[in-house]
Design a protein around this ligand. Structure first.
Ligand SMILES: Nc1nc2c(ncn2[C@@H]2O[C@H](COP(=O)(O)OP(=O)(O)O)[C@@H](O)[C@H]2O)c(=O)[nH]1
Ligand SMILES: [Mg+2]
Length: 239
């Protein structure tokens, strides 16, 4: 495969048990990707470990440190700005907690040649989820069904955080107009990409629930995501 200039954006909040393993795993992949960790002042030493990895893999690993927990959505946007300023062709997003295996990176970048957005999808043939309790299944199924209905999204997995965006598409988006700061940013981003006529493709991934550290998704965040769907519907109708 010709070497694409790709950046994997990894938001972190207290992921010291996972981030080192993830960075090693990404560097070992045949797909050549650089890594940007967007850390929101984790108290567990995440940033210090990333700095060690920056020394171990010179030029391949970058760290953006923010002053407090500012949300998953704004972490993605900060990562996109970084990718655009440095002329990466592809910006990938993935979770730090090893739920998203680096081994899918190669196929994602391969598919990205034919698409503007590639989603690592749990809900197409070959995809799946391991180790989730029933309430996470119901939540994810509900969020996806509503997002598809309310926002007319076509993808099967609208809430997967494992994605690859063509930066040419990202350049056309109005980041300042994105109001979701948290998890709902995933739905908002997909909706505005689809509205722009982006070619969206999915590749199957198996999602493994985290073994170490804690989930940062809160009930407040979930409630906010559902409220966001209605706000977004209004926004899309005006676009
Ligand atoms: N920078 C940053 N990262 C976050 C924030 N909230 C969650 N994350 C990261 O986003 C990813 C997904 O969060 P996670 O807690 O695993 O969500 P879950 O898989 O839905 O339970 C992980 O890498 C988290 O560390 C945040 O406010 N700021
Ligand atoms: Mg997780």
């Amino acid at each position: 495969m010709a070497s694409p200039k790709a950046l994997a954006i990894v938001p972190t909040y207290n992921e010291v048990e996972n981030i080192g393993v993830l960075i090693d795993g990404l560097i070992e992949q045949p797909a050549p990707v650089d890594i940007l960790v967007v850390d929101d002042s984790s108290q567990d030493g995440t940033a210090a470990l990333v700095r060690e990895k920056m020394e171990q893999y010179p030029g391949r690993v970058h760290l953006l440190e923010r002053p407090g927990k500012l949300g998953l959505g704004t972490a993605y946007l900060a990562g996109f700005e970084f990718a655009l300023a440095r002329d990466y062709r592809f910006a990938l997003t993935m979770d730090a907690d090893l739920s998203h295996s680096p081994k899918h990176m190669y196929e994602m970048l391969h598919m990205a040649k034919l698409a503007d957005v590639v989603i690592g999808s749990r809900y197409i043939a070959g995809g799946g989820i391991r180790n989730w309790g029933p309430h996470r299944y119901v939540l994810s199924w509900g969020a996806n069904t509503l997002a598809r209905l309310i926002l007319d999204l076509n993808a099967r997995d609208c809430t997967s955080g494992y994605r690859c965006y063509r930066t040419k598409l990202l350049r056309q988006l109005d980041f300042a107009g994105i109001r979701s700061h948290g998890y709902s940013c995933l739905m908002e981003l997909l909706a505005i990409c689809q509205r722009r006529g982006a070619r969206v493709r999915e590749i199957p991934i198996v999602f493994y629930d985290r073994r170490a550290g804690e989930s940062k998704i809160s009930s407040r965040e979930i409630a906010k995501a559902f409220a966001t769907l209605w706000r977004l519907r209004g926004k899309l109708q005006k676009m």
